[in-house]
Design a protein around this ligand. Structure first.
Ligand code: PMP
Length: 415
């Protein structure tokens, strides 16, 4: 290598190689090429994840934690190894990682086990107006049971959290702050450090919904200083129906079990039972062992590519997509925050989002059309729905081209 030529700080992604890792991307749809832009809903899975899960069922399958035979030992080692992997990815200790069915179950666990026993009438949970239903409804269920309420912080016209408005809603009645790190509808990246600092200064714990974050930006729960962090494997190239809750150890120790059953107990007697150590106290029943293994393999995949390289690729693509969509007459982007991830929500003046989605599907473009489980946010913007294109590491300019071509077809058909 010529010493006079500086090395690039970071190797760019080899898009063709990345794509080759995802078999489903070669799947024809509607008789043509697939442009998969529905990554906010779920991401596709690389060969290494598929292989890890297949390997588990072929060579390791047994129930965990009751290992008196070779296969049970293999299954337990793989399952607990996955916990170490996920803990390392998030910067947590292994005892602080509770396996769940995903972000939704993780938030419900905090709502029922942490919050409900502490709630009094008049208490408040402070959320934001851009939360996914998963970060609203669990709080509604437990606050309703206690005579408390959920308070939403305002969102600005460009889709940012109105921090001044949020601050004025923090009060001595606030028992918990819950906020998404990245909005699944707007792409907005929220200032978690600032939110945590201000909430903690008032002694209020913070839960972060990391569903849309972990595959796109580096997350360290200790650096963020959050109390709870919820995430789903399937948004990060892993399997569906699996995820994790990070919670500070002292919270987990103080929380009662939520689900009862096998594995979460130390002793059971009709006179009364005692509980297993954390995190097992919260993991009743036979878990999704292959799910844990698939999640760990997905995080290996992300780390092998490198989150900085992934983020750089997705940001360049977001800029390109924003510019291209802005040129389409009658198209309005919803969510233009200064700090944004690879999510583009928009409406068109000529057609309903559902119709736009249907026409795009005919062109092989997979997007989502609807409220994206953020109905209060739709109300805030005075719209029933948006079309959402959401990016992942395997997307490229050709996908955007296909999207733009499809949108021109929409215009031709509806104007
Ligand atoms: N929060 C956000 C921001 C999401 O995007 C999603 C998934 N759309 C969820 C929570 C719920 O995740 P899951 O369905 O995997 O529990």
């Amino acid at each position: 290598m010529n010493a006079a030529v500086p090395r690039p700080a970071m190797a760019p992604l080899d898009l063709a190689r990345v794509r080759a890792d995802f078999p489903i991307l070669a799947e024809p749809v509607r008789g043509g090429r697939l442009a998969y832009l529905d990554n906010g809903a779920t991401t596709q899975k690389p060969e290494s994840v598929l292989r890890a899960m297949d390997h588990y069922y072929r060579h390791q399958n047994a129930n965990v934690h009751r290992a008196v035979h070779d296969l049970a030992e293999r299954a337990t080692t793989a399952y607990e190894g996955a916990r170490d992997r996920i803990a390392r990815y998030l910067g947590a200790a292994r005892e602080e990682i509770v396996f769940t069915r995903g972000t939704t179950e993780a938030i419900n666990l905090v709502a029922y086990s942490y919050l409900l026993p502490r709630l009094k009438a008049g208490d408040e949970v402070l959320v934001t107006g851009m939360e996914h239903h998963s970060n609203i409804v669990p709080w509604q269920l437990v606050t309703a049971a206690a005579g408390a309420r959920v308070v939403p912080a305002p969102v600005t016209d460009n889709g940012e959290l109105d921090l001044d408005g949020w601050r004025t809603l923090l009060s001595p009645r606030t028992r918990l702050v819950a906020v998404t790190q990245v909005s699944n509808t707007l792409g907005t990246v929220n200032p978690i450090e600032e939110i945590v600092r201000e909430a903690h200064a008032r002694g209020i714990p913070v839960l972060v919904d990391g569903a849309q974050a972990i595959a796109h930006l580096p997350v360290n729960v200790k650096a963020l200083d959050v109390d709870f962090y919820a995430c789903s494997a399937h948004k990060a190239y892993g399997p569906t129906g699996f995820g994790a809750l990070y919670a500070r150890r002292e919270h987990l120790e103080a929380m009662p079990p939520w689900h009862g059953g096998g594995d979460m107990i130390r002793t059971v007697a009709f006179e009364g039972s005692t509980w297993n150590d954390v995190p097992y106290k919260f993991e009743a029943g036979t878990p999704d062992i292959a799910g844990a293994i698939g999640f760990a393999a997905a995080l290996d995949y992300i780390d092998a590519l490198g989150l900085p390289a992934i983020a750089a690729h997705e940001h360049a693509l977001l800029d390109e997509a924003t510019a291209r969509l802005s040129e389409i007459p009658g198209l309005r982007l919803i969510g233009t925050a200064r700090n944004k991830g690879g999510i583009l929500s928009f409406v068109m003046d000529c057609a309903h989002p559902q119709d736009v989605g249907t026409v795009l599907d005919q062109s092989g473009v997979a997007v989502r059309a609807g409220h994206h489980c953020t109905m209060p946010l739709m109300k805030r913007f005075g719209i029933p729905a948006t079309v959402r294109a959401s990016l992942a590491v395997y997307n490229g300019s050709d996908d955007l081209q296909q999207l733009v071509r499809g949108l021109h077809t929409v215009r031709r058909l509806f104007t």
